[in-house]
Design a binder for this molecule. Structure first.
Ligand SMILES: Nc1ncnc2c1ncn2[C@@H]1O[C@H](COP(=O)(O)OP(=O)(O)OP(=O)(O)O)[C@@H](O)[C@H]1O
Ligand SMILES: O=P(O)(O)OC[C@H]1O[C@](O)(CO)[C@@H](O)[C@@H]1O
Ligand SMILES: [Mg+2]
Length: 542
């Protein structure tokens, strides 16, 4: 059962809309919390999340996150110990204002509603945990990602250095570690230097998410802050853990820290480790380019990670500028015939004598499955096991040119998939991970729970789990960023009008093209006035 969603009202009808909204929100109040239950008897089935919405003038909507006092109304609060911390005492406005929020959408028009906002992350004046009362646990789940160790380190050190928390344990081997393994004690000393290593010192896994047993373990061990680092699957697991913790009436903050090399988590700006992965991918693309350039009709093929979302391939392509063709899961392609991949490869080789192809591992899965008549297989977490698009593509290209008289090619295949995620995070990801960990700690100490922390439009925010898990972040192929890729590679877009229409169907808000004099504020300069063809093609680039 899902609570009603509030629709943002236009700014012109602000007051009336706000009143109607307030009335709706009153109806959405959480029901009184049931008496604390002991343990779940059988398998836990998560209830649909109750949305916590607050409305304001001009169609403003706050999609708030749960707070421990929602179901434990008499919890005492304490002054934040940070205000006596020598490092922070000089900061003029260290605590965020109680009503600070972060806008989901920052490009607006004169008549736009203010729209969805999230609670701003950061330290609060009052906290709901005494330092010596906190018993924190950290777990990492899903695939590896650069920066995991940095987040672990900063959670331990941040809790210790900012709030004086000394009891932190690590759960080993992902979700199943809660009930199948002992915990490891984490201290600033034991985690010192781990940020310089790839992987996760806690270990990770897929599958094994048994909510009942996990919450039993949380309850039995007296854990009252859980930091869960992982991707979309992990955040879904965290949502069910939070729902069960709340059902049992436990004073335990459940905090999600989003991790995904694929950058496939919705709403947030980008996920940690992504920057490092793109940088690492450059090394493989460079190698492919060198190999291709040095051979007669050299073809370099690089396969990069990206199960359902092609961000790594897209950004690596844009960064490199040596790529002739970028294939991602979101953009279908075909091999044979007019406008197909093989025709393009032939043309590019005739023009340049070499070419580089970057392919995301999730690209072309339908085409391969059809050609091989294979049944779906899934991993322990339920993710589809991918067919090897890299090997398949190489075989198809080789076959094609073998049949051509006087067109010998030299093809080199580079598969650096695990190499780009098993490295330590770079400097920018390290700073990002540190801030993320701090924001997570401030939220938990302030009593917030059931949230994922991440930057939204450059500001850290607390985002309800349902917002993060309801859909995956994907490359929008009708957006300007993908156009920039096509513009830089000059590859065919492979799309029919039907494909383009279908691609636009998932867009959250309908795109209204600006028409000069009608809905545009500024009279647009004529295209090509001061620019070359390239600039006109990429017109509108932000
Ligand atoms: N719908 C779900 N509900 C509860 N738990 C889930 C769900 N989906 C996945 N999980 C659990 O979350 C953990 C991680 O999931 P998964 O293997 O899909 O990786 P992820 O967190 O999505 O990270 P990534 O995809 O970046 O590797 C696993 O232990 C899995 O069992
Ligand atoms: O082989 P594993 O560990 O299941 O991970 C592979 C998957 O994990 C990811 O790196 C996401 O974390 C995907 O890009 C990739 O498909
Ligand atoms: Mg995932």
């Amino acid at each position: 059962m899902e609570a009603a969603t509030v629709v943002a009202a236009p700014i012109l009808a602000a007051d009336a809309a706000a009143k109607a909204l307030q009335k709706k929100l009153l109806d959405l109040e959480l029901p009184p919390f049931p008496a604390p239950a002991k343990k779940a008897a059988a398998k836990v089935v998560a209830a649909a999340p109750k949305k916590k919405l607050a409305g304001g003038a001009g169609g403003y909507v706050l999609e708030d996150v749960p707070h421990l006092t929602d179901y434990l109304p008499n919890l005492p609060s304490f002054p934040n110990p940070l205000q006596n911390h020598p490092a922070y005492s000089v900061v003029k406005q260290y605590f965020v204002n109680a009503d600070d929020t972060v806008a989901k959408k920052i490009v607006v028009h004169k008549g736009s509603a203010r729209g969805t906002h999230f609670r701003r992350a950061g330290p609060r004046q009052r906290v709901f945990f005494q330092p010596d009362e906190v018993s924190a646990a950290i777990v990492t789940c899903g695939g590896l990602c650069p920066g995991l160790n940095t987040v672990i380190r900063e959670l331990v050190c941040g809790l210790h250095d900012m709030y004086g928390v000394t009891s932190v344990v690590g759960i080993e081997g992902g979700y199943r570690g809660f009930y199948a393994r002992n915990t490891v004690e984490l201290t600033p000393r034991s985690v010192n230097g781990i940020h310089k290593r790839g992987g996760t010192v806690l270990g990770t896994s897929r599958g094994g998410q048994d909510t009942g047993k996990i919450v039993d373990s949380i309850q039995d061990r007296g854990i009252n802050q859980v930091y869960i680092i992982g991707g979309d699957g992990t955040q879904k697991g965290a949502a069910t853990i939070h729902a069960e913790v709340q059902r049992r009436g436990l004073k335990c903050a459940v905090v999600g820290v989003p991790k995904t090399i694929d950058n496939d988590i919705a709403v947030i700006d980008r996920s940690f480790g992504f920057d490092t992965a793109v940088e690492e991918a450059q090394r493989a693309i460079n190698a492919a380019h060198v190999e291709a350039e040095s051979a007669e009709n050299g073809v370099g093929v690089v396969k990069l990670m990206g199960r359902n979302s092609g961000f790594i391939a897209m950004y690596a392509t844009l960064a490199s500028r040596d790529v002739d063709l970028c294939l991602i899961p979101e953009s279908p392609f075909y091999l044979e015939g007019k406008g197909g991949l093989l025709e393009f490869a032939e043309k590019r080789l005739r023009e340049n004598g070499h070419m580089v192809i970057v392919v995301a591992e999730g690209a072309g899965q339908d085409v391969i499955a059809r050609s091989m008549r294979l049944a779906d297989a899934h991993d322990a977490s339920g993710n589809k096991v991918l067919l090897d698009v890299g090997l398949w593509l190489c075989a198809k290209i080789k076959d094609h040119f073998k049949k051509k008289a006087n067109f010998p090619i030299t093809l080199k295949y580079i598969d650096p998939t695990y190499m780009i995620r098993a490295v330590p995070s770079n400097a920018s990801d390290n700073v990002y991970c540190s801030l993320l960990a701090h924001s997570a700690i401030h939220g938990a100490m302030a009593g917030y729970t059931g949230f994922t922390v991440a930057p939204v439009n450059g500001r850290h925010a607390y985002i309800p789990f349902y917002r993060i898990t309801e859909k995956q972040n994907k490359v929008v192929i009708t957006d300007r960023m993908w156009a920039r890729v096509l513009c830089s590679t000059n590859q065919p877009c492979f799309l029919s009008t039907e494909d383009v229409e279908k691609a636009g169907q998932d867009d959250e808000e309908p795109i209204v093209p600006l028409v000069e004099g009608e809905n545009s504020l500024v009279k647009a300069p004529p295209l090509l006035a001061n620019a070359g063809d390239g600039a006109a093609l990429c017109n509108g680039a932000a």
